[in-house]
Design a protein around this ligand. Structure first.
Ligand code: NAD
Length: 236
């Protein structure tokens, strides 16, 4: 079935599914709603212009949740894989910090991070996780002479993911490409498997259900990442 990953150049792409067993909700599983909100109402630049306080309160709740959740066996297993293969580049669509807390470093957060906020004027990010940063009121930056409002440091739908140059280079150059817990709906992340395939990489999927792009993978493992990934990593 599989191939050994020892001494291979591996790139891993994770999605919301890897954090599901930590209690962080995905959104494709709930009728397209994310924590009871329509994506268009909370995760687009238009929503931030139309109703910044709704968007702000939504993300402040996500940010506070980071203090209550813990990495699960899937995050720890990936940190173990990093020690086993020749080189491992970890790319995540997730905005939580569970990979870092599970022992993986560095992590490429293509959709941004909850831990930081971004100045609306200068675009500069600051890690802002103190108690006074997690309140319902807007938070102001430390970079401007007259402090400006900060926005979530998140890549919203319609915005361009971060570090795409590095990501395309790494995915185009790897021998093994593994996707874990991603529905295959969100582009350009969902298209990276095609880039890996066209460069001859062996492609592996680990997901709870068959996602729409499952035919693009050489190897498919269906199950909960926290339950099946530790054993897969053991055998890779
Ligand atoms: P998604 O919500 O669209 O899809 C999640 C996929 O994970 C589904 O196919 C589901 O079947 C699968 N899944 C659910 N539980 C699983 C488990 N225990 N083990 C393995 N797979 C499981 O997620 P996506 O593809 O990452 O796209 C969602 C977008 O939403 C991303 O841009 C991401 O930034 C954002 N988001 C992030 C978080 C987070 O940071 N934890 C949470 C929700 C949404």
């Amino acid at each position: 079935m599989g191939m050994t990953l020892k001494d291979r150049k591996v790139v891993v792409l994770t999605g919301a599914g890897i954090s599901a067993e930590s209690g962080v909700r995905t959104f494709r599983d709930n009728d397209g709603l994310w924590e009871n909100h329509r994506i268009e109402d909370v995760a687009t630049p238009e929503a931030w212009v139309r109703d910044p306080s709704l968007v702000w309160r939504f993300y402040q709740a996500r940010r506070r949740q980071l203090l209550e959740v813990e990495p699960n066996p899937a995050h720890f297993a990936l940190a173990g894989l990093e020690r086993k293969c020749g080189s491992l580049v970890l790319i995540t669509q997730n905005v939580d910090d569970l990979h870092e807390r599970g022992g993986s470093e560095p992590v490429i957060h293509m959709h941004g991070t909850l831990r930081s906020l971004r100045c609306q004027e200068t675009g500069l990010s600051e890690v802002r996780m103190d108690e006074r940063d997690l309140v319902e009121d807007f938070v102001l930056c430390n970079c401007c002479a007259v402090a400006s409002r900060m926005r979530p440091d998140i890549v919203w739908f319609g915005e361009i993911p971060l570090e795409m140059g590095v990501i395309q280079r790494e995915v185009g150059d790897c021998e093994v490409f593994i996707v874990i817990g991603s529905s295959g709906h969100v582009y350009p992340a969902a298209g990276l498997v095609n880039l890996a395939n066209s460069n001859g990489a062996h492609t592996i999927l680990v997901n709870f259900e068959l996602p729409i792009n499952s035919n693009d993978f050489d190897e498919v493992h269906i199950g909960k990442a926290g339950e099946i990934l530790p054993e897969l990593v053991e055998n890779w």
